[in-house]
Design a protein around this ligand. Structure first.
Ligand SMILES: Cc1cc2nc3c(=O)[nH]c(=O)nc-3n(C[C@H](O)[C@H](O)[C@H](O)COP(=O)(O)OP(=O)(O)OC[C@H]3O[C@@H](n4cnc5c(N)ncnc54)[C@H](O)[C@@H]3O)c2cc1C
Length: 379
């Protein structure tokens, strides 16, 4: 008997980590991507990502985040490029904001390492943030900045070193389950595998061949702004941040290129798109909200953008991912729908996917990230 063969369809954040974990466990892995790996046009572009452990989306993410942090540390130690900057994540809110009070309580209940800062401490330690009075903050000390393209590259390099094969510029047209295996048609050629993993991000709805209105592709615009004095915005002084005020919220990233910071708009500024026809032109209205952030909420940042880019991610309507078998076949594992917050957990997702292929689905993952909730009542 030869080794079990596994196709990984889409080698972005989730696919690269799944390849690494599967190859490490001795599976015969082939990764397919429609583009080069990594690349800058889907969900792992835009140069920086927030890792945070204090998770306002729910404490049920914490086990996968802890596993991810261990794997980021392991992958970083094996990599020739730095992609994990453990600089903390700062959450800032207006006085008594319930969402931050709940996040702090969740951090305390789940033994997440953190500090709570009152307005005075916040002004003293992080003067880059313009305050309007009464704000408070949570510093998640396990928080970090990840460089997504370099992390994907590191995982793929580790997978290749463990014997995996990577087919770049090779779009998969069909993934068809059968009794003896899964047929993958790519670039006009059909190949059989024992199992397949579908990790094609914004293209997920198309590839699962079980359409659901609850899986959507969305367009995200990242924008970079110049800073006069870079020193206060370097990673060691400016942790990644999430700030929510009454009228505006954003996430912010330190200066990694020697002259800019990156600002991401809130999730309600995203538009639904057909991923094969997305408009990559950035208009003035695309950047309006983040220009307002810079004007009203930051000190020492020039409010005219110097660079913007359009990226895509796959969303579900409840913003929780699917990490589960395909509704029609347990030879196919889906890891899609990461809804604008998946990068930080991608290392843990790769390991979870490998667990499912190796040992079957576990109850905790099935309960929280089931395919059923998205496909059950699809037309
Ligand atoms: C601008 C931006 C900022 C973000 N900020 C954060 C953050 O701070 N923290 C965080 O945790 N998350 C963040 N996210 C979300 C996170 O990056 C995504 O949820 C995550 O990267 C999704 O990974 P993925 O593997 O599903 O998709 P991708 O990384 O896009 O990978 C999918 C891959 O599939 C390939 N593919 C698609 N169709 C096919 C096909 N038919 N054949 C072969 N290959 C195919 C694509 O080319 C792509 O490489 C952000 C997302 C964006 C876009």
């Amino acid at each position: 008997m030869g080794r079990k063969t596994v196709a990984v369809v889409g080698v972005g954040a989730m696919g690269s980590m799944a390849m690494w974990q599967l190859a490490k466990r001795g599976f015969d892995v082939t990764g397919f991507d429609r583009m080069g790996v990594p690349h800058d046009t889907s969900a792992h572009g835009a140069e920086s990502r927030i890792f945070r452990m204090a998770y306002r989306e729910g404490a049920h993410y914490i086990p996968i985040l802890r596993r991810s942090l261990d794997l980021w540390t392991e992958l970083q130690a094996a990599s020739d490029r730095k992609f994990h900057y453990p600089i903390g994540c700062l959450y800032i809110a207006e006085a008594k904001a319930q969402w931050l009070t709940d996040t702090i309580q969740g951090a305390a209940e789940n033994d997440v390492r953190h500090e709570v800062l009152d307005e005075q401490a916040l002004r003293r330690r992080f003067p880059q943030h313009r305050l309007h009075g009464g704000e408070f903050a949570l510093l998640d000390t396990d928080g970090a900045l990840l460089r997504p393209e370099l992390a994907v590259r590191a995982a793929v390099k580790a997978a290749l070193a463990a014997g995996a094969t990577l087919l770049q510029g090779c779009p998969v047209d069909r993934v068809t389950p059968g009794p003896g295996g899964v047929e993958i048609v790519a670039d006009g050629r059909a190949q059989m595998f024992d199992a397949a993993v579908v990790t094609c991000g914004a293209w997920g709805a198309r590839m699962v061949d079980a359409p659901s209105p609850k899986i959507i592709a969305r367009r995200l615009v990242g924008t970079w702004f110049g800073v006069g004095d870079t020193a206060p915005f370097m990673p060691e002084r400016f942790p990644v941040c999430i700030r929510q005020t009454g009228h505006i919220d954003y996430s912010g990233f330190p200066c990694m290129d020697g002259w800019t910071v990156k600002i991401m708009p809130p999730i309600n500024y995203l538009s639904d798109v057909d991923p094969s026809q997305v408009d990559r032109t950035v208009t003035r209205s695309d950047t309006e909200i983040v220009r307002r952030v810079v004007r009203d909420l930051l000190e020492g940042v020039d409010p005219e953008p110097v660079r913007s880019g359009v990226y895509l991610d796959g969303f579900t309507t409840d913003r929780a991912p699917i990490i589960d078998y395909h509704p029609e076949s347990d030879r196919i594992v889906l890891a899609i729908g990461f809804s604008g917050h998946g990068f930080k957990m991608s290392a843990g997702v790769g390991a979870t996917v490998a667990d499912i292929i190796e040992n079957g689905q576990d109850n905790y993952i099935r309960h929280h990230f089931s395919a059923q909730r998205v496909f059950a009542d699809a037309a």
